[in-house]
Design a protein around this ligand. Structure first.
Ligand code: ADE
Length: 212
């Protein structure tokens, strides 16, 4: 799966892609990450990417020309890719979306807005507008990382244990939350691991976990 991110801050992604499971996924050839620096599509000698809003108001908006040129460049690399736009105005992103994107197998192009927003006309080049939670961030980079992490961990061959991605929180979006887990020591600062987990009866353990 190709994952391309259009951003003014490509350096934000190097740490995320260079560590842990996301790095392993790339090392195993399951995903290929790349960033497209929006600035390179900026207009004029100053590589301008933003401008003031029509009708007045605070802040600057991303101009449509550089954003659409960047999307078109990304599409040349991966014509069938889905174009995602993180925005607080988008549909709330859930585990079922991560599953759908992972199972769909299509590449992703994620456009990261900055400043106070973007010219609405860019949405004509976008397949899905997604909001990762009811709070406002300074740009689309952290939402993009969240989406990438949630999708890549579900791709076959990324997680170690066969069932690691099966028995976990939010399997049915809001319906399921994972049971509590414990490791050694059996007692820590007066707090003990529940008896049932220590006695090794699979049936009882399964029932306790389900109840939790
Ligand atoms: N950009 C700023 N805040 C956001 C959010 N909560 N979700 C997606 N994109 C955003």
């Amino acid at each position: 799966m190709k994952i391309q991110v259009i951003t003014l801050f490509p350096e934000m992604f190097t740490g995320v892609w260079g560590a842990s499971m996301l790095w392993k996924a790339q090392d195993r050839g399951i995903v290929q990450y790349s960033t497209i620096d929006l600035r390179t599509f900026g207009l004029g000698s100053r590589r301008t990417v933003d401008d003031t809003p029509y009708g007045g108001g605070d802040g600057m908006l991303l101009k449509p020309e550089p954003v659409v040129a960047a999307i078109e460049a990304a599409k040349k690399n991966d014509p069938d890719a889905l174009v995602l736009l993180p925005t607080p105005r988008g549909k709330l992103y859930k585990q079922s979306d991560a599953k759908r994107l992972a199972a769909g197998g299509k590449g992703l192009i994620i456009v990261c807005p900055r400043y106070e927003g973007y010219d609405e006309r860019i949405t004509a080049w976008v397949d899905e507008q997604v909001c990762i939670g009811n709070y406002v961030l300074t740009g689309g980079e952290l939402p993009a990382m969240t989406i990438i992490d949630s999708v890549v961990r579900l791709l076959p061959g990324v997680l170690g244990g066969e069932h690691s991605a099966e028995i976990e929180s939010f399997q049915d979006d809001d319906e399921t939350v994972e049971y509590p887990q414990y490791t050694r020591p059996v007692e820590f600062r007066g707090m003990k691991v529940p008896e049932v987990l220590q006695n090794g009866h699979h049936g009882e353990i399964a029932k306790w976990r389900k109840d939790q």
